[in-house]
Ligand binder design. Sequence first.
Ligand SMILES: NC(=O)c1ccc[n+]([C@@H]2O[C@H](COP(=O)([O-])OP(=O)(O)OC[C@H]3O[C@@H](n4cnc5c(N)ncnc54)[C@H](OP(=O)(O)O)[C@@H]3O)[C@@H](O)[C@H]2O)c1
Length: 244
Amino acid sequence: MKALRNRKVVVVGGASGIGRAVVDAASEAGADIVISSRNTERLAAVAGSVPRVRSVALDMTDAWSVEAWAAQIDEIDHLVITASSAVHGPFAELKTDSLQTMFDAKFFGPYRTAQAVLDKFREGGSITFFSGVLSRRPGRNCSGLGAVNGAVESLTRGLALELGPGLRVNCVSPGMIRSEAYQGLEQETRETMYRETGQSLPLKRVGTVEEAAGAALYLMGNSFTTGMVLDVDGGHMIRQYAVA
Ligand SMILES: NC(=O)c1ccc[n+]([C@@H]2O[C@H](COP(=O)([O-])OP(=O)(O)OC[C@H]3O[C@@H](n4cnc5c(N)ncnc54)[C@H](OP(=O)(O)O)[C@@H]3O)[C@@H](O)[C@H]2O)c1
């Protein structure tokens, strides 16, 4: 990954899950990295253990926090935003308040965060957003989450058109990845979910954070890729329907 040597990479969500794996890989590739999210203890732990990483706290849902954060960022080559939150539930029951909170974290948060640092990108820079397979392969009780993923993908294509040629804009769409996102589930429930989801995929397993992070590294490094939604999903998009 020569393309990242001495580049300035900002990873929002870099203290856990896929974001943390992006940080490890970018650090190995020689980038200077800023990690941002809300939990300052977790940020400090990563900044203290990975070379060339500093942390700046950020709550993407708070406009004041975003402004204060942007003031502490100088130049950027690549902005990667993995941070998000998710809500599930049947359409008949899921209230719009919950959906609005999710859209604030997963759509408006990345929107205002990228907008706040737009004038700090160096020529040839990139933005990488994160969506998820539910945008195009829906799951039961996940219609709202699918919708916000679709919005992120649509934003990606629109911004790629608008911000080129100086800035590329892409999106990683993960399938199910073992990450801290599921740490709230009881272990047996979580392992059953991983196993059963994995069995439904051509690759017969769920993914790792390193595999998802690899897609973000590709999108940062490839200077002829923009407006792309890159699926890293073990073949989720081509899952076989049950046959009678
Ligand atoms: N894991 C999967 O199976 C999967 C599947 C499909 C799509 N995805 C997508 O892939 C991306 C990364 O997922 P992941 O598994 O790495 O998630 P994760 O481990 O739960 O990490 C999410 C990160 O977001 C940060 N965050 C949440 N709200 C924030 C806010 N308002 N402002 C700033 N930071 C905030 C959290 O840190 P703090 O709590 O410290 O703020 C955390 O570091 C997400 O967009 C997710 O929707 C994941």
